[in-house]
Design a protein. Structure first.
Length: 94
C-alpha cells in the first residue's frame, strides 16, 4: 500500500472515531440534561406542596390549636419558609 492510501485510511478511521465520540457525548449530554430537568421538576413540586401545606396549616393553627402545637408547627413552618426563600433567591440570581 502506498503512503498516501495508508494516510487516507488513518484519516478516515480517525474521523470515524471522532464522529462516534461526538455522538456519544451528545447522547450523554441529553441524558444528563433530562435527569437535571427531572430533578428540578421534583424539587419544584416539593416546594409547591410545602407551600400549599403551610397555607392550609396556617388556617388550622390560627383558629383551632393549643399553644404547644402552634409553637411546634411554627418551627416547621419557619424552616420550610427559609428553604423556600433560599430556592427563590437561587432562581432570581440566575
Amino acid at each position: 500500500m502506498s503512503v498516501c492510501k495508508e494516510k487516507g485510511l488513518e484519516d478516515s478511521k480517525t474521523e470515524e472515531i471522532l464522529d462516534k465520540m461526538k455522538r456519544e457525548l451528545i447522547e450523554d449530554y441529553e441524558d444528563i440534561k433530562a435527569d437535571a430537568l427531572e430533578l428540578a421538576s421534583m424539587r419544584a413540586e416539593s416546594l409547591i406542596e410545602n407551600y400549599e401545606c403551610e397555607r392550609k396549616k396556617r388556617s388550622f393553627i390560627q383558629y383551632k390549636s393549643l399553644e404547644e402545637i402552634k409553637e411546634q408547627k411554627a418551627r416547621i413552618s419557619l424552616e420550610r419558609a427559609r428553604e423556600f426563600v433560599f430556592e427563590m433567591r437561587k432562581l432570581y440570581a440566575n
